[in-house]
Design a protein around this ligand. Structure first.
Ligand code: G
Ligand code: G
Ligand code: MN
Ligand code: NA
Length: 254
């Protein structure tokens, strides 16, 4: 409860920061996009993980405020990188279930794009598969609007939730992100190999690009490349880092 009060103050004061994790294209081994990950630096308690404060923000009715801050900041930063000539195709932002179902999301996205001047195809949203299945007709409407706006959509943590193949086929989405729990032991576990292989094959047949999360070794990256995975994200290529560190990383590899 004390944390919830602090969260109110943090939203008002803007005590958040965005970190960014690089996503690497497996065919070129170049960074093509980043995922924005919010950080809350609490004045007394230090860094509080989003797993802890995102659910608190949802309970306190603050997630739309936090989420809009994240959307605006991510679009501003991406627009700045583009002005600096940093070669990134896209920035992806996590959208929580409450934020997705709240009626104002499209308007908030349009505002963030307009005030930053970022082209819509440079913005991606990450939503979980369980969120997509909550209200399928609402989801279909939202995804159609996002597609019409040319905003990218990824299904995050894919494989950990429940989604029906017949719906998945109908959803106009762009990428599947394989959850890192399957990637951790993909070289040793026959089950994780089978699941990862199946997800990649299914994504291909639906014409979706596949991003593997939690890639920590070159052997994992090579194996995923063999399976036809398009891109990878994980400690092998970089932990979530500040905007300055992303600029430095991309300068070094230019
Ligand atoms: O890097 P890491 O500890 O930040 O991320 C932990 C979890 O928090 C991830 O599952 C991620 O999806 C979620 N998360 C990170 N940033 C955001 C955000 O801006 N909004 C929402 N809704 N979730 C986020
Ligand atoms: O949005 P998502 O649920 O994917 O959040 C990503 C989370 O995974 C963040 O907490 C991030 O710090 C973490 N993460 C990213 N790359 C790796 C990795 O290679 N290994 C592990 N163990 N965690 C990772
Ligand atoms: Mn994510
Ligand atoms: Na994930």
């Amino acid at each position: 409860l004390e944390l919830q009060n602090d969260l109110h103050r943090a939203v008002a004061a803007g005590d958040f920061e965005l970190y960014y994790q690089p996503v690497v294209d497996l065919s070129t081994r170049r960074v093509v996009s980043v995922e924005a990950l919010v950080r809350w630096f609490h004045p007394q308690r230090g860094n509080i993980r989003p797993e802890v404060f995102v659910p608190l923000a949802e309970e306190a009715g603050l997630i739309v405020g936090v989420g809009n801050w994240v959307l605006n900041e991510a679009c501003m930063q991406m627009a700045e990188w583009r002005r600096e000539g940093v070669a990134l195709q896209r920035i992806a932002v996590n959208i929580s279930a409450l934020q997705f179902s709240e009626g104002g999301l499209l308007r908030h996205i349009i505002n963030a794009l307009e005030s930053s001047g970022l082209p819509s195809h440079c913005l991606g949203l990450e939503i979980t598969e369980s969120l997509l299945m909550e209200d399928v007709s609402y989801t279909l409407g939202m995804l159609a609007d996002l597609k019409a706006m040319d905003v990218n959509v990824s299904i995050d943590d894919f494989g950990t939730g429940y989604s029906s193949m017949s719906y998945l086929k109908q959803f106009p989405i762009d990428h599947l992100k394989i959850d890192r729990s399957f990637i951790a032991n993909v070289l040793d576990s026959e089950q994780d190999k089978a699941i990862t292989t199946a997800i990649i094959a299914m994504a291909k047949s639906f014409d979706l690009s596949v991003i593997a999360e939690g890639v920590e070794s070159e052997q994992q990256a090579l194996y995923l490349e063999e399976l036809g995975c398009d891109s990878c994200q994980g400690y092998l290529y970089g932990k979530p880092m500040s905007a300055e560190d992303i600029s430095r990383l991309l300068e070094d590899s230019a």
